[in-house]
Every structure is written in structure tokens, then in C-alpha cells.
Write a protein that binds this ligand. Structure first.
Ligand SMILES: *Cc1c(COP(=O)(O)O)cnc(C)c1O
Length: 462
């Protein structure tokens, strides 16, 4: 067998453990009743394995924790700021950078500088807070991802790619003066953590050049994306992860990053700009102070910036990425083997279960994936999150429930936090649910908030 075909073992050993406990079935029932059948409202102590999100939920390394101890908490000019600046320059090749408290902080600083009222921001597929910040700045977000992204069964390797023809048509139809900027999200979070190919990014750059439009990256999962490029894209296998990252960022004018993902930290973000963007950087710098804090801390402690600087280097290690992406893929494959329909191919940070298909006896008006999240918790103590009809909300004009094509349950895997045994436990939960699948009932709202209803809604069984 030689050097290949080894089972995937975690490329780290565990130095600190955080005990977790699974409540008894009757305790879980009580907890869920108190939470109004909404897993979002559970206390984390009531959850055994928490797959709600991969944002800020990962484990830091000993090297990052050591960095926390050398935090320089000076108000201005902290040494950790300069370490982070060096990391940003080394890794992304960007000379101008600002720390922010998380990704949306960077969006809030940048977007009003680029967006004019009612103008468009085309992208592959915008993340929720990103779309919200585009709209708060008066703009209009448009998703132009390839059609394959909407087909759960398509094995297309780069389902995060922009539909180039659709982008050109959109710009031609609206007129380039109606476009504020182009935003590429890597990996495409809302599309299932699906990657963008380097070839696609190059084509988007050509279009941005042709129409003289700024091009930015929303790069929360920049390293997972580079790993997929190395593994899947022709001609990229020999490059290092670092080289692929540099090539992506070279093609953009700047980026916003939520460091709670591939920054491998629990809090933090950044805003950075390429060579030639000094003027925009100066404007962003001025906005940073009232919104996030002084330019050398941007809402973070010195120790947070140090942990981020170290995390940005660690996340590029190929052994880390192979295990990270491999763990998510392994979970997906085991679910498929257990007969559970999921989005294919498996994305970088989560497995998306097709709740609408698996519980096809529940009408979409009764929120099949929400019902599944409730039963999953009751069965096992595992928490996952609906990404479907509840999340889609109501139509702003008609007040009707929006019925998205896809009604999914997201199993999001935190970085370096759970072992494959935990993932096997999750698979076993689905096997047990399968045995009583047809008896699972849908749900209705018992209380429905007007906005962002998924966070605080309460439910009753239909
Ligand atoms: C998480 C995320 C954001 C927002 O970042 P926060 O750190 O949660 O504020 C923006 N874009 C993408 C693609 C994300 O995944």
C-alpha cells in the first residue's frame, strides 16, 4: 500500500479536554419544550454534539494559546497588530489591512464606501450578513452562481463558480454604471461550502477589468477553497496551498474575512486591500475608528490579534486541511451509506441533509428540515440547523411564506473540535431516526417573530 491509503488520523494530539454530557431522553424532552421546539433556544449545556455552526467554535492550537500570553494590550501600536499585518502581507500579498471584531465588522466598514443607492452587487452567492450589509448600504445583492449549485445531486466539482455568461448579461443589461462592485465568496457558504475554481476567478477578473469594476473577496474559508482547487482543478496539484491562496488574492482588489472560520480563532475579522487601493484603504481607516475602534486594534484585544496571526499560518498546513475536509466528507459518505440524501459533492465545512426528500411525507408548509432538527436532538442530543423554509422567511409584499426549492438541515463541523467517533455518533442518530422516519410529524409556528424568525421562533407539532 506504500504511503497512500492510510486511514485519516487527526494531525494533532489532545492536550486539554472540555467534558460534554448527554442529557437523558426525558431531560432532552424538557429542554426542548422549554426552548419552544427551537434548537437555537437550547442552552449549549443541553447539547451533546453541537453542529449549529463552524463559526468561532473551533479549537486553537498550543501555539495560538501561547500567543494569547504575549498579548500586548496597548491602545495604540500593539506589537500583535504588527504581527498580524505581517501575516496578511505574507499570506495574501496585501499591503493595507485593518483588524475588525468579526467579518460583518469589515463589511460594515467597507460596503458604504463602494455602494451607491440602488446599485447592484453581483456575486456568486452572498452570505446572509453580507446581503444584509449590502442592503443596509442601499445596494442590491444579486446571486449569479452556476445553475449546478441548485442541483443537490450534481457532482460538479466547483459549484461555487460564478455563472460567467449570466454575469456579463447582467452587467450589459443593467449597464456598468449601475454596478457597485463584484463580490466572490470563497468557499460559497450559502451554497453549501462549495469551492470556486481559480479559472473561474480569473474569468471574473477579466470581466471586472473590462467594465472597470472593483472585485472583492469574501474569503472566510480561503484555505479550504485552496485545498479543493489543489485537489480538483486541472493543473493545480503541484502548487502549494499558499501559492493558490496568493493567486486568488492577487486577482482581487481587496477582501473581507471572518477569521472565525479559517482564521482558526473564536473571534476576529479583517479587511485588507491590494496594491493600488491606498485611497480606499485610507477611507476605510477613517470609518474604522468610530465603528470598530482605533486602527491598530479594530475591536480586538492584542491577544486576539496574535492568535489570529498564528491561525492564518496554521490553516494552510496540508495535513490539517486533509483531515478537516476529509472529516466532513467522511461524515457525508457515511450518511449516504445509511440511506440519507445529502448535497453532493460534500462541501468544506458542513454536510447538508435533504430534509424535504428524506421526510417527503411532511409537506413543505410544515417545515420538514425543522422537524428533522427537533427529532435529531430528541433522539441523540445532536444540534443541527435548518437552512430552508423557516430561514427563507415571508415575502415582503404578499406576506406569504417563501417556499425555497431546497429545504435542508445543515450539520456544520467545527474545526479540530470533534473526533470521527463523534461523527459516527451523528450517523448512528440518523440510522435510528430512519427506523421511525415515516412517523415524524411536521411543525407549525406557535410564535413567529417579524424579522429573522429562525432565531427566536417557537413551534408546536402540526
Ligand atoms: C461568517 C461569514 C461572514 C460573516 O462573518 P462574521 O464573523 O460571522 O461576522 C461573512 N461571509 C461569509 C462567507 C461567512 O461565512
Amino acid at each position: 500500500m506504500g504511503e497512500s491509503n492510510w486511514p485519516q488520523a487527526e494531525p494533532y494530539r489532545i492536550k486539554v479536554v472540555e467534558p460534554i454530557r448527554r442529557l437523558s431522553r426525558s431531560e432532552r424532552e424538557q429542554a426542548l419544550d422549554r426552548a419552544g421546539l427551537n434548537p437555537f433556544l437550547l442552552k449549549s449545556d443541553e447539547v451533546f454534539i453541537d453542529l449549529l455552526t463552524d463559526s468561532g467554535t473551533g479549537a486553537m492550537s498550543d501555539n495560538q494559546w501561547a500567543g494569547m500570553m504575549v498579548g500586548d494590550e496597548s491602545y495604540a501600536g500593539s506589537r500583535n497588530y504588527y504581527n498580524l499585518e505581517k501575516a496578511v502581507r505574507d499570506i495574501f500579498g496585501y499591503p493595507f489591512f485593518l483588524p475588525t471584531h468579526q467579518g460583518r465588522g469589515a463589511e460594515n466598514v467597507l460596503f458604504p464606501l463602494l455602494i451607491e443607492k440602488n446599485k447592484y452587487v453581483p456575486g456568486n452567492m452572498h452570505f446572509d450578513t453580507t446581503k444584509a450589509h449590502i442592503e443596509m448600504a442601499g445596494g442590491r445583492g444579486v446571486n449569479l452562481v452556476r445553475q449546478e449549485a441548485y442541483d443537490l445531486n450534481s457532482e460538479y466539482p466547483f459549484k461555487g463558480d460564478m455563472d460567467i455568461e449570466a454575469l456579463v448579461n447582467f452587467i450589459e443589461e443593467k449597464g456598468k454604471e449601475q454596478i457597485s462592485f463584484i463580490l466572490m465568496t470563497i468557499t460559497c457558504n450559502s451554497g453549501g461550502g462549495q469551492p470556486v475554481s481559480l479559472g473561474n476567478m480569473q474569468k471574473v477578473r477579466e470581466i471586472a477589468n473590462k467594465y472597470a469594476l472593483p472585485l472583492f473577496l469574501d474569503a472566510a474559508r480561503f484555505s479550504e477553497n485552496a485545498y479543493f482547487v489543489k485537489k480538483r482543478e486541472q493543473g493545480q496539484a503541484e502548487k502549494s496551498i499558499g501559492e493558490i491562496i496568493r493567486e486568488f488574492f492577487c486577482l482581487a482588489d481587496g477582501c473581507t474575512i471572518s477569521a472565525k472560520k479559517d482564521g482558526l480563532v473564536n473571534i476576529g475579522g479583517l479587511l485588507a486591500f491590494a496594491e493600488g487601493q491606498e485611497e480606499l484603504f485610507q477611507q476605510a481607516r477613517e470609518r474604522l475608528v468610530p465603528l470598530e475602534g482605533f486602527v491598530t486594534y479594530g475591536g480586538l484585544a492584542g491577544r486576539d490579534m496574535e492568535a489570529m496571526a498564528r491561525g492564518l499560518y496554521e490553516v494552510q498546513e496540508e495535513a490539517y486541511l486533509a483531515q478537516r475536509v476529509g472529516q466532513v466528507e467522511r461524515l457525508g459518505k457515511k450518511l449516504i451509506a445509511a440511506g440519507v440524501p445529502i448535497q453532493k459533492p460534500v462541501g468544506g465545512h458542513a454536510v447538508f441533509v435533504d430534509g424535504k426528500t428524506w421526510l417527503s411525507h411532511i409537506p413543505q408548509e410544515q417545515f420538514p428540515s425543522q422537524a428533522l432538527s427537533i427529532e435529531l436532538y430528541l433522539e441523540s442530543g445532536v444540534r443541527a440547523v435548518e437552512v430552508g423554509t423557516i430561514l427563507a422567511g415571508r415575502h415582503p409584499e404578499t406576506g406569504e411564506n417563501i417556499m425555497p426549492d431546497l429545504d435542508l438541515l445543515r450539520l456544520t463541523v467545527p474545526r479540530r473540535t470533534y473526533t470521527d467517533n463523534h461523527m459516527d455518533f451523528v450517523v448512528e442518530a440518523f440510522r435510528r431516526l430512519d427506523a421511525r422516519r415515516e412517523k415524524i410529524k411536521g411543525v407549525r409556528f406557535a410564535y413567529e417573530p417579524k424579522i429573522l424568525r429562525h432565531f427566536t421562533a417557537r413551534f408546536a407539532r402540526a
